[in-house]
Each structure stands twice: as C-alpha cells, then as structure tokens.
Design a protein around this ligand. Structure first.
Ligand code: TRP
Length: 328
C-alpha cells in the first residue's frame, strides 16, 4: 500500500534555513511520490502563550511561507487544523484511551512545563494526543519531522496500537521519517542549533538580502586554536550551508583552501551569502506576492479543507461506530 505522508506546521511565517534543510525540503520532494497532507496546527499553538489578535495573520503567513518554499496546493492537501473539527473530536476519543502518566513523562511536556511560571494548562499535557489525532485521522503512515518530534511519533504509534487493541484494527502505525541533513547550528553561537527565537542565529527564507549578508558576515567561525584538521563547529556549519546552497565546484574550492590553510573566512562568507541570497530570492518574491493577496491564501486553505474533510469524516464515522457512539 502506498504511504500517506502527514506533517504539522507551526503557525509562523518565519521559516529558517534549518527548518528548510531539515524538513521542508523533504516535504517538497515527497509530493512527487505520495499523497501528502500538510497541516498548519493552530490548535496546538494556543497551548503556549500567544496573542489572539496575531494568530490569524500568523496562520496565513505559515501557509504562504510554506507554499513559497515549494509546497504545492495542487498536489498536496495544505490546510488549517481548526477548519476540520474532526481533529479535536478524535483527540477527545484518544484522551479516553491514554494514561495520564504517559503524557507526564513526555520530554517536551516536562521541558515546557518547567519553563512555565504560571500554571500549566491541560492542552500542553494533551498536546501529543492532538498530534496523534492529526496523523491518524488521515491514516498517515509516514511523518517527516525533526528529531525533536521522534518521541511524539512513538507516542502516536502507541495510541494507534492501543486503539486497535481495544476496538479492533483501525489505524496503521505511523513511521517517523527523520531528515538526513546535519543539524544546522546558530550562526552567532555554534554550540546550539539555529532558532527562530534568537535573532542573529538564523537566516529566514524570506529575509532581505542585506539581512542575510549581515547574519552570515557575523557568523562565529573559529572559537579556539585549531586542533589537527578537525573543523570547528561554526566552520563546519558554514560548509554544510555551502554544500546545500552553492555549486559543487565552489564547495571543492573552499575545502581545498581549508586543507592547505589558505582559507579566508571573509571570502567564504561573501560567497555563501551571495549564493543564499540568489537561492532564496524566488522564495522571498513568491512570499511577498502571496502576502499581497491574502484572498489567494484563503482560497488555498479553503480548497485544502475541502479535500481533507471527506477523509476526516469517513475516519471519524468509523471510529464513532467502533467506540459505541449512538447514531440516530
Ligand atoms: N508538534 C509538531 C511541532 O512542533 C507539530 C505537529 C502537530 C505535527 N501535529 C503534527 C508534526 C503531526 C507532525 C505530525 O513541530
């Protein structure tokens, strides 16, 4: 049977090159081979502190940025979670088969709960259940995500197994698909990964050329005396980016220079910045065009919901029947 691809997108238009190389590039490629569902998860987003006045805009921007990056609304089902109420309905049913202890042991929950100063909301605890519902509603079997989501995926498999054991074979167990690109590190601090919450650490796909040049120029390279021929993490990070955005010739030339000790970082950075600027130029342009026509983005979202809805309804009808919910 053909794999069904599902992935969730946080509602933000800020996609950095780490997100792109780690996941989105793969989502784009999968569209050629599989039915794909890409869902902007606004109901997940409200479990963290946020501004309600901003969320609709962030949701539209997330759609626009991902389409600009290569998700194709004709081939993939691109939609917004809250448009399909079956997500939350299936989530409720899964709530009823999930032991609380398992949720409390999730790493991401523990990390986030520890950071919270106010009390922790139940949505944060139940976050992985909604994520499992997202995937299983479409009987997703292949879930391309970053490594930080591996535990949530293992949990979704457990939900599928538990539901099947209680109510009969219904859901396939979704497989996690991890990226093969090395972790992209923060430009300003190669000890941690690139993060959209730290300005200077990232390059966004939609950044202006001057912003890109400045961030690359300031990138931390050597942090201490060179030991042997091992690259420092900052230099390796720049070479990884060069490998992704520059020609093989360029990469070879700089690698050679690194080997014989003649490499000048200013030059490496200048070439990398130029190549990033030209590679990202079409993405930035498409993003601007889409944002200027919010009705087109809404059409994409409506059309995606129209394609997601019948699948979601059919799954939920089957689930309600199995769970013993009255039909009148
Ligand atoms: N939790 C995911 C993240 O933070 C987003 C997400 C929600 C997701 N539902 C999903 C990812 C379903 C994959 C499948 O990135």
């Amino acid at each position: 049977m053909k794999d069904v691809v599902f992935s969730g997108i946080q509602p933000t238009g800020l996609i950095h090159v780490g997100n792109y190389l780690g996941a989105i590039r793969k989502w784009v490629a999968l569209q050629d081979r599989h039915p794909c569902y890409y869902c902007v998860v606004d109901y997940h987003a409200i479990t963290a502190p946020y501004d309600p006045a901003d969320l609709p805009r962030r949701t539209l921007e997330a759609v626009a940025a991902n389409v600009a990056a290569g998700l194709d609304p004709d081939r993939s089902v691109i939609f917004v979670q809250s448009q399909i109420p079956e997500h939350t309905e299936l989530c409720w049913i899964f709530n009823a088969v999930t032991p609380v202890g398992e949720l409390q042991r999730m790493t991401q929950y523990k990390d986030k709960a520890r950071q919270r100063r106010e009390s922790v909301n139940a949505g944060l605890l139940n976050y992985p259940i909604l994520q499992a519902a997202d995937i299983l509603l479409y009987r997703g079997t292949l879930v391309p995500v970053g490594e930080d989501q591996a535990q949530h995926l293992e949990f979704a498999r457990e939900v599928a197994r538990r539901f099947n054991a209680l109510y009969g074979e219904t859901f396939p167990e979704p497989q996690v698909m991890l990226g093969d690109f090395p972790r992209v590190l923060a430009l300003n601090d190669p000890a941690v990964k690139m993060s959209k919450s730290v300005p200077g650490s990232y390059i966004a796909l939609t950044d202006e050329p001057e912003t890109i040049r400045e961030a690359v120029a300031k990138a931390v390279t050597d942090t201490g005396p060179r030991t042997g021929n091992e690259m420092s993490p900052g230099v390796k990070n720049l070479f990884d980016l060069l490998g992704a955005f520059s020609s093989p010739d360029t990469v070879r030339r700089f690698q050679q220079a690194y080997q014989d000790g003649s490499l000048r970082y200013v030059e490496l950075k200048r070439v990398l910045a130029d190549d990033l600027v030209s590679a990202l130029e079409p993405v930035r342009r498409r993003y601007r065009e889409l944002l200027a026509r919010p009705d087109d983005i809404r059409d994409i979202v409506r059309n995606g919901a129209d394609r997601a809805r019948p699948v979601a309804r059919a799954t939920l009808a089957e689930v309600r029947e199995k769970v013993g919910i009255l039909r009148v």
